[in-house]
Design a protein around this ligand. Sequence first.
Ligand SMILES: *Cc1c(COP(=O)(O)O)cnc(C)c1O
Length: 375
Amino acid sequence: MKLDTMAVHAWHKDGKRTSSVTPDIVLSTTFERNTDGTYPDGFVYTRGGNPNRDALESALAQLEGATHAFAFASGLASVNALLQTLNTGDHVIIPDDVYHGTRNLVTETFAGWGLAAAAVDMTDTANVTAALRDNTRLIWLETPSNPALKIADIRAIADIAHEAGALCAIDNTWATCVNQRPLELGADVVMYSTTKYFGGHSDVLSGALIIGDEHADTLGTKLRHTQKHTGGVPAPFDCWLLLRSLPTFPLRVRQQTANAGKIAAFLAEQQTVHTVNYPGLATHPNHEIAAQQMSGFGGMLSFCVNGGGEAAVNVANRVQLITQATSLGGVESLIEHRASVEGPNSPTAADLLRLSVGIEDVDDLMADLAQALGG
Ligand SMILES: *Cc1c(COP(=O)(O)O)cnc(C)c1O
C-alpha cells in the first residue's frame, strides 16, 4: 500500500473488532479474564494495552515502514521513555539547538540521574565525531531544527553512531514521514510529538516512538516495559482522535508543505525581511543535504524582519488571519515571536518570527503577511 492508502486503512489491521467503518472507542480500563486465566483479546488493564492504543501504534508503525511503535501521552513523555532505557553513566549527544523540552530533560532531569551529555552543532558531522566518548550510547538528531531550520545529515550521523556502538534517534516531528523517512536513512528510532502534524487539529497532546524492526527484541522490549511501568500513556479518546486524524494526515502535510514553499519564496522577496530560513530555498546553507534526505521541505519556516525585536513583535501583532500562538502542525496557520516565548535566556534572534503554515489558501496567507509586514 502507498502512504495515502495506508493512512486511511492502516488502523484496520489491529483496530477493527466490529463491523463499524470507523474505530470504536474502548474506554474500559480493565478486561475480563477467562476461567483458565487467559484474556480473550489479550488485554488485561489499559495501562498495559488498550484496543485504541494498539490500533494507533500499529498504524503509526506501518506509516513509518516499521512494525513497532509506542504511543505516549505527549512528545516529551516519549523522549523521557527513550532516555529511561539508558543507564547511569551513559553519554548522549544532542544538537545545540535541540527542542528546549528535550534539552531540559537531558541536562536537568536526567543529569540528576547521572546521564552525561554534549550539545553540538550537527550541521557539521565533524562536531558529532569530536563529541564521541567510549560511553556514548545515543546520538539524538532533530532536523530541520527549531526555530532556525538547520539541517543535519541523517545518514552520516547514523553511521557515526553505529561505528561507535550507539543508537541514532531522531525527532522527526517537523518533517514527518511524509517528507522524511529516517529509518530508511539508517536511524534506529523515530520520535514524534504527534500533537503536531499527526493530530493536525491542535486538540490532542500525544507522542510516539517508532523503532527499526531489528531492535524489536532489545530496545522494543525495554520500551514496552517502560511504557507500562511508568504509565505515561495516552487515553483511549486521545488515541481515537489521532486515528481520526490519520486519513487526512498526508493530504494536510502536502498542502502545508506546498504553502510553506510559496510563502518562503514570497518572504524572501520582501524588503522588510532580511532572512528566510527554509530548507527548500536554494539559498539555505544545507539545501543540498535537505534535498537528498527530504522528499518535501515541510510546513515550518522562520524569518527575520528589519528593525529588531520590536518590529518582529509588531508583525506578529498585526496578522489578522494567521493566529499568534505557539505550537505547530495544525490546519490553521500560527505565527510566533520565538525569543519572547523561550524567555530571557533564549538563544533565538530577537527579530525572528516562526511560522507554522496551515492548509488555508496560500494567497490569503500571503496577503495577510503582506499587510502585517507593511508591504
Ligand atoms: C512540540 C515538540 C516536542 C514536544 O512534544 P509535546 O507533545 O509538546 O510534549 C518535541 N519536539 C518538537 C520538535 C516539537 O515541536
